[in-house]
Design a binder for this molecule. Sequence first.
Ligand code: FAD
Length: 443
Amino acid sequence: MLSYEDRRDTLISRFNGTTDTVRLGKDTSNLFRDRSQTRQPLLNVRSFNHVLNVDRDHRWVEVEGMTPYADLVAATLPHDCMPCVVPELKSITIGGAVSGVGIESTSFKYGLVHETVLEMEVLTGNGDLVICTPNNEHRDLFFGIPNSYGTLGYVLKLKASTVKTKPFVRLEHIKHTDAKAYFEHIQILSTQDISFLDGVMFEPGNYYISIGNFTDDAPYQSDYTYNYMYYQSIREKEVDYLTTRDYIWRWDTDWFWCSKNVGAQNPLLRPLFGRKRLNSIFYTKVMRWNTKWGFTRYYNRFRGIHTESVIQDIDVPIDRAHEFYEFFDEEIGIRPVWICPVVAYNKSAEYPLFPMDQNETYVNFGFWDVVRDKEARLTGFYNKKVEDIVEKLGGIKSLYSDVYYSRDKFWQIYNQEAYQTLKRKYDPNKRLKDLYDKCVLRN
Ligand SMILES: Cc1cc2nc3c(=O)[nH]c(=O)nc-3n(C[C@H](O)[C@H](O)[C@H](O)COP(=O)(O)OP(=O)(O)OC[C@H]3O[C@@H](n4cnc5c(N)ncnc54)[C@H](O)[C@@H]3O)c2cc1C
């Protein structure tokens, strides 16, 4: 294998060898919006998927930008550490989670993935290679890359903080029946010395908080990689034990609970999937195939059902979370909903393209399903309702899926002035797309 430096230099000369607008050539993507088929040349970055160095004592890992978390975790756990925030889906890459915003059950302690980054080496739109840190001459790009979706530059290598691990995780699942008390309890727990904190809201009156703590020993270990499903265990067990590796990937086997959409939860069909296909990478392929050929679309039309895909992660301040839940229960009604508290890791750090109040505790609501309707609705009817209430409650929405904001509203939320300043400096010839065109117009 060529060294990182050799592959990097080859990539840069390939990038500078043309003036075309390019797009990333990667094996997988977790973007969830149909993009227009373009003839833009692909910049093949597939080989930038290596873990370069794990410094167990100083708690950091040096890794190439297109490394999927499955490989990053496999490389760090033997050193009794893991990246501070590891998104749940194995194919999410660290560069994609930094540029596209990533979250997990340690975010109440370490914030979002980009808040745990120490340094990045970026190929910018104007073909330069810059090293950016929180304090050097490229600190504007260091804080500007999060939520830029590859429109300012590509992260080829980065250093990220790690946290010490133990072999097992002891889980405690706490039931709540009142949504207000539920969020109040999460607020209290998010100030305590625990290792992991997230939750699931099932039907009304069935809300669960899952607290996880590293342990050296476990009386038993549960296995949710085949016959049993993690999300169902939350309601069945008050206490549970998993290996740390299985805890990290607890949501990947059934894509949270979205595996139901491909029939993988049907006890007759599940064995046909086998261990090898029970994972988010396989489900994403099936979902993309279905979107392309419109299988469910025709089937629903035949049954006179109108559907709208509502696949989103949104963050609202915790003291408004109850109001969001009431709206969501009334107007959208998708269940279950994933709940994950987020607290800024570094209160003085500001990320202009994903503005959050660094002194506030937020709750991430993750919901990924379709809303079925007897009535035909205008495009984005339900997604727009979500966008409106998130703004009203002082929240912010991830951009990895469908976005319906007008250009003015979008730039009001995602900081046009800061973006344009960065774009003029790092991609003056617009070799990389514009954020609005990419995330909303799907160009
Ligand atoms: C069902 C579902 C559940 C999800 N749940 C979670 C969750 O729980 N936690 C979470 O963190 N995220 C979640 N996501 C969102 C996901 O993390 C983001 O979409 C993330 O950006 C995907 O990363 P990726 O590596 O797959 O990147 P891609 O999908 O390939 O790319 C995402 C964007 O980042 C850009 N990009 C990719 N790599 C780089 C790079 N090296 N440098 C610069 N730009 C780059 C791409 O151009 C693209 O615009 C979920 C998504 C789905 C569909």
